[in-house]
Design a protein. Structure first.
Length: 522
């Protein structure tokens, strides 16, 4: 069986991060970029540098780390965008400029107000300029799937002639269906001169739930690059999910006769990382990485599984990085057992991080009998996102009584040992503690979203709280974990308050995110 390679182009940090509520800090983006390189993706689209100074800085920081994969930045067809991408990505040994312009009649008439010829001219000029700066240039005709086929072929031919080395065909609004997309790719293969000399790519959105199916139809018809995101995060219903499309190619290799370079055992840790950072929870029944993806409840299935796993399992959990044992640790577990477990879960901690995580594990094991894998993951993630101050939670006391306002009394300790207290009443214990924290710190926030999830099972399971807030037109997200969900909420809120205060102190540039008014959108 001859097996060809399909490149995996990850756009979690660009198209994924563009989704409401998914914006990430620079530090979080660096963590995700490192995880993507451990997953062995071929290309990381790190952002859209012209969108805001924060976006530029984060693409540059990722490129300068030289993690290994090609680092790519997105640009509209104008010199400023293209120069900004080049300046941001050039620090990476392997870099790419990705230019795009919309081509469908709907976009031409209503968005761009440009004639067909003007669009071709703009695409050609942009690709030529990008090629003068960099050997690796990708061109995307936005809304390709709703563009007249003959015109699409003309645009693609012109981009190839101008020097594009990859041509990406986006189903921007998730409108196409597999049979139709198959015809589109075969049409381009037949009618575009030079198409066999470049890499043909596919980029699907999930509005009708067909992003993965459409991407697979495209590769069956000749595409050799798939653009996708971890957990399928992205605009509206999201993008093609990386873990699903990769495992479909692997599991049905005899059908597709294609392969990727992905280390599939890193899929689950990458999924957990992105979910924890963005606060976008993975549904239990999500293919590949959902909690139930490898759970067998029905007796007849369990019986079959005991006879032979292949009766009801087409993939092995360990192939995607899920451990079968889900070993439980407790307060008598030692440092070695803890570190082994951390390593098996796919985390690579240095000495300092490992010691800090072990201390947190010990504290947790005192409060809860069984410590599960998901608890350990939560410890590591929250250690990473724990903000360094200025305020730390010293104590929190909350009184509630049915039918009456709750009362919270919070005490904080500052970096120099100073103390601050706040007391407040609110509709419930969470509202009262958030108000008390605002009083203690003098920071007023507007709460936009509050989510709480249990990290494991049992009565003493930990609650993981994610809050999304606004302050001075900027958006922030914070996380907190505790066996007490009110405390978890307070920790998440305090994390955000600390970030606001640090930003005010350093007068740093605004973080990228939907709340950043200076951020351009596509
Ligand atoms: O969905 C889309 O069309 C895009 C392009 C910019 C590639 O994200
Ligand atoms: Zn897109």
């Amino acid at each position: 069986m001859s097996v060809e390679r399909v490149r995996i182009f990850d756009t979690t940090l660009r198209d994924g991060e563009q989704a409401p509520g998914c914006s990430m800090t620079l530090r979080e983006k660096l963590r995700v970029a490192k995880a993507l390189s451990e997953l062995n993706v071929d290309i990381i689209e790190a952002g859209f540098p012209a969108a805001s100074p924060g976006d530029f800085e984060s693409v540059k920081a990722i490129a300068d780390e030289n993690f290994g994969p090609v680092i790519c930045g997105l640009a509209r067809c104008n010199p400023n965008d293209i120069e900004k991408v080049y300046a941001a990505v050039k620090g990476s040994e392997h870099h790419r400029i990705h230019v795009f312009v919309a081509t469908s009649a709907i976009h031409r008439e209503h968005k761009l107000k440009m004639a067909k010829e003007e669009i071709i001219k703009s695409a050609v000029g942009a690709v030529r300029m990008a090629r003068d700066l960099c050997n690796d240039v990708e061109f995307s005709p936005e809304d390709a799937s709703r563009t007249e086929l003959s015109y699409l072929a003309e645009v693609v031919a012109a981009a190839i002639e101008a020097g594009a080395t990859t041509v990406n065909i986006p189903d921007t609004v998730g409108y196409t269906v597999p049979g139709e997309f198959d015809r589109l790719f075969r049409y381009l293969k037949q009618h575009v001169p030079g198409i066999d000399d470049i890499t043909l790519s596919v980029h699907c959105h999930n509005d009708l739930g067909m992003a993965v199916a459409n991407s697979l139809a495209a590769v069956a018809a000749g595409a050799r690059q798939i653009e996708c995101t971890i957990n399928g995060i992205g605009e509206r219903a999201g993008n093609c999910s990386l873990e699903e499309v990769v495992m479909a190619l692997k599991t049905r290799a005899e059908f597709f006769e294609l392969d990727t370079a992905i280390d599939t055992t890193r899929l689950y840790p990458s999924s957990r990382l992105v979910s924890s950072i963005t606060g976008m929870h993975v549904p239990r029944n999500k293919a590949i990485v959902g909690e139930n993806a490898f759970a067998h409840e029905a007796g007849i299935h369990q019986h079959g599984m005991l006879q032979h796993a292949s009766t009801y399992e087409i993939m092995r959990p360990e192939d995607v990085g899920i451990s079968r044992s889900n070993l439980v640790l407790g307060k008598h577990s030692g440092r070695h057992a803890f570190r082994d477990r951390v390593r098996e879960l796919g985390f690579d901690l240095d000495e300092f991080e490992a010691n800090r995580a072990f201390q947190e594990f010990k504290k947790l094991a005192d409060r809860k009998k069984d410590v599960y894998d998901s608890d350990i993951e939560a410890i590591i993630m929250s250690a990473d996102s724990t903000s360094p101050g200025p305020w730390a939670l010293a104590s929190l006391q909350v009184n509630t009584r049915t039918g009456e306002d709750a009362e919270a009394d919070v005490s904080l300790q500052g970096e120099g040992g100073e103390e601050s207290r706040g007391t407040a009443q609110g509709d419930g214990p969470i509202a009262a503690s958030f108000l008390a924290l605002e009083k203690a710190t003098g920071v007023d926030l507007v709460l936009r979203n509050f989510e709480v999830h249990s990290t494991s099972i049992g009565e003493d399971a930990q609650g993981e709280v994610t809050v999304a807030v606004e302050h001075d037109g900027a958006s922030y997200r914070g996380h907190g974990t505790s066996v007490d969900i009110v405390e978890a909420g307070a920790r998440a809120y305090l994390e955000v308050i600390n970030r606001v205060l640090r930003r005010a102190q350093s007068n740093a540039a605004p973080r990228s995110g939907p709340g950043d008014a200076s951020r351009a959108t596509i």
